[in-house]
Design a protein around this ligand. Structure first.
Ligand SMILES: Cc1cc2nc3c(=O)[nH]c(=O)nc-3n(C[C@H](O)[C@H](O)[C@H](O)COP(=O)(O)OP(=O)(O)OC[C@H]3O[C@@H](n4cnc5c(N)ncnc54)[C@H](O)[C@@H]3O)c2cc1C
Length: 181
């Protein structure tokens, strides 16, 4: 039986799995996710979810029944750490090794921090996933002032939410203007 391994379980992975089944792929689909919540959209994290107008469940692309119907083998939370293209195998952090006929890498992107040492500072947070959002929302509950590094859409959306909550906000941006990219 043909086997497709999908690394990552974000929006791209979710729609790829759905399309594969819709178009009649009957082989095995293995999905590797380093997050617990799978197949969800991130845009509301910096908008309605951060401002508590929407729940984390509302982010889900599919109902549990739809996910059941995809009939996937889910490896979570686990992380793909190595790909061997010659033997067509993916190694996971847990030690599992998954052979594949086709491999889809849908690992998205990650938040950049100005220096690695920033990761160890307790009141520095990034916003990329559900866990980050929970951490940031909790911090915002008690913060009086917020410094935002990055004046792109996500930074400004967080700024707007923080301002609505009455916080003082400073935005730091190294480009000449906001949202330049
Ligand atoms: C806060 C926020 C707001 C946004 N707002 C907008 C918006 O308003 N409009 C818009 O168009 N876009 C927006 N985006 C961007 C949009 O969410 C992304 O373009 C989209 O999520 C990309 O989907 P993806 O499936 O490629 O990657 P992702 O959604 O990032 O999913 C990748 C998944 O792979 C996992 N992963 C990574 N490496 C591994 C590994 N080695 N093993 C296992 N799993 C792994 C990641 O943890 C993640 O769960 C926003 C993003 C964020 C974070």
């Amino acid at each position: 039986m043909e086997r497709i391994v999908v690394v990552g379980a974000g929006q791209a992975a979710g729609w790829a799995v759905s399309t594969l089944r819709q178009e009649g792929f009957t082989g095995e689909i293995h999905v590797v996710s380093d997050e617990n919540q799978i197949f969800y959209e991130r845009p509301p994290l910096s908008k309605q979810v951060l401002s508590k107008e929407a729940t984390y469940d509302s982010l889900n692309l599919f109902s549990p029944e739809q996910i059941d119907a995809f009939s996937i083998h889910l490896h979570k939370p686990d992380r793909a750490t190595q790909i061997d293209r010659v033997s067509q195998q993916v190694t996971l952090e847990s030690g599992k090794v998954l052979a594949y006929d086709k491999l889809l890498i849908a690992t998205g992107s990650r938040a950049r921090v100005p220096a690695n040492t920033w990761k160890d500072i307790p009141n520095v947070v990034t916003l990329r996933d559900v866990q980050d959002c929970e951490r940031l929302a909790k911090r915002l509950d008690t913060a009086q002032s917020v410094a935002i590094v990055g004046g792109g859409w996500i930074g400004l959306e967080i700024a707007a939410t923080a301002r609505k909550q009455g916080k003082t906000v400073d935005v730091f941006e190294y480009a000449e203007r906001l949202c330049a990219r």
